[in-house]
Design a protein. Structure first.
Length: 159
């Protein structure tokens, strides 16, 4: 039976079968949480400067897969014209030249990306381990402790 947050009803008589079914439903939900054992960057692409950066995540066989789309920088403005040198005063600026073709997109190597995300696993270091032994069947307090720890981990992993 799946977990039903409306059971047991307030002031209902105790039913061990109903409570056992609720606990089994919670265990099924906990067991369904995916375990991440590795991370992999599948691709990095360059998009227009006006486009937002996008990260796509997926999980397959315990591996967290990343794909990045990063905007390239915009072209800078022309600098101030310099002097002609020591043989005379600066002349009048010449006419604006035609704009050249866009440059090649910047590239990020896999090593540069690995270096940039290398320390991100430390994001969860402030979450202490639960360090508890769960009784069989678990008590409501034990299940609540697990739910609280899961909430704490989820909040730490959000950025």
């Amino acid at each position: 039976m799946p977990f039903d947050p409306t059971k047991p009803a307030n002031n209902a008589p105790n039913s061990s079968a109903e409570m056992r079914a609720q606990l089994h439903g919670l265990k099924d939900l906990i067991d369904a949480i995916q375990t991440i054992t590795a991370a992999q960057v599948d691709g990095v692409s360059t998009v227009e400067p006006s486009d937002p950066a996008v990260v796509t995540l997926s999980v397959a066989d315990g591996t967290l897969h990343f794909s990045f789309a990063l905007p390239r920088g915009t072209s800078g403005s022309d600098g101030i014209a310099g002097s002609n040198g020591s043989d005379g005063a600066p002349g009048q600026p010449g006419p604006q030249g035609e704009q050249g073709p866009p440059g090649e997109s910047g590239q990020v190597t896999l090593q540069q990306l690995d270096d940039a995300i290398g320390g991100t696993s430390a994001n969860s270091n402030n979450v202490a381990t639960l360090g508890m032994t769960v009784s069989d069947p678990p008590t409501q307090s034990e299940v609540q402790d697990i739910a609280n720890k899961l909430d704490e981990l989820i909040l730490v992993l959000r950025r």
